[in-house]
Design a protein around this ligand. Sequence first.
Ligand SMILES: Nc1ncnc2c1ncn2[C@@H]1O[C@H](COP(=O)(O)OP(=O)(O)OP(=O)(O)O)[C@@H](O)[C@H]1O
Ligand SMILES: [Mg+2]
Length: 305
Amino acid sequence: MADDTTVAPGVARAREALKDVPHEPGAKKKDPILVADSVVRRFGGLTAVNVNHVEIPRGAITALIGPNGAGKTTFFNLLTGFDRPDEGKWEFNGKSLAGVPAHKVARQGMVRTFQLTKALSRLSVIDNMRLGATGQKGEKFWPSLIPGIWSGQEKEITERADELLVRFKLDAKREDFAGSLSGGQRKLLEMARALMVQPDMVMLDEPMAGVNPALTQSLLGHVKSLREDGMTVLFVEHDMDMVRDISDWVIVMGQGQVIAEGTPDTVMADPRVIDAYLGAHHDGTEHDPEAVAEEIAEEEAAADE
Ligand SMILES: Nc1ncnc2c1ncn2[C@@H]1O[C@H](COP(=O)(O)OP(=O)(O)OP(=O)(O)O)[C@@H](O)[C@H]1O
Ligand SMILES: [Mg+2]
């Protein structure tokens, strides 16, 4: 195991910031970048999100985990202005963001990634990057924006885009349509594009889904490098190996609520977390928690080989 003298500065900073934080839902952080209170989103009779209180630690990588349908994506949508809550408020860098539309949220420094849309797949890689500078997504903004942003800022935006393409090893694809990229390259493009607004916080919804193993390590490396650059990362992920590998802190959602928080080790050993995953099991069969814990231990042992 690496000790504190060998870890990267960003990792050491994150550990220091989190070391006295209690491992419990709603735990207060020393310097939260985002604080949300009483955020509720209902769809008809279903309460998809019902988050009482949550704080996201600045400068750290936080994983948001939970079974399918727990409300993770809906919570992302609310925080980033892509959906409106029925109730609730939240502050980012001390400023209220409730009711602020998505592109303005992005320009205030909080940006999220999506799966690439069809519209974006018909734009070249470099044009996707340039469009990212506006915080907008979707082709309807594209023609109207060109004259506006291109006056005076074109050079700066293009330079920044090209630097990021080099960093993400996409420079050879600069003129290609985004639609011609592999799944993993699209994920890289999405991440690079998010950085065009020079965000303080990057939110990634399942960044590894559909990525071929050859690109996984490179994506993980990029996420870690965001922390080294002082950014805050909040990501949704189902792959627990990845969560364990890169997160400083884990927040668990179940049925719309935050049900556990802590370091990866404590959270993954938490019976409430194991129960939440079992409760959402799709095949409806009964499971014995001890048997599942054993299975998890076996998988971990296999992964360590
Ligand atoms: N637009 C919508 N209309 C109606 N119900 C919705 C809508 N969006 C989400 N839901 C419901 O809200 C609940 C939470 O969904 P959400 O997509 O946020 O879960 P998730 O935690 O992201 O799940 P997954 O891990 O499968 O991505 C689910 O029951 C879902 O069916
Ligand atoms: Mg989701």
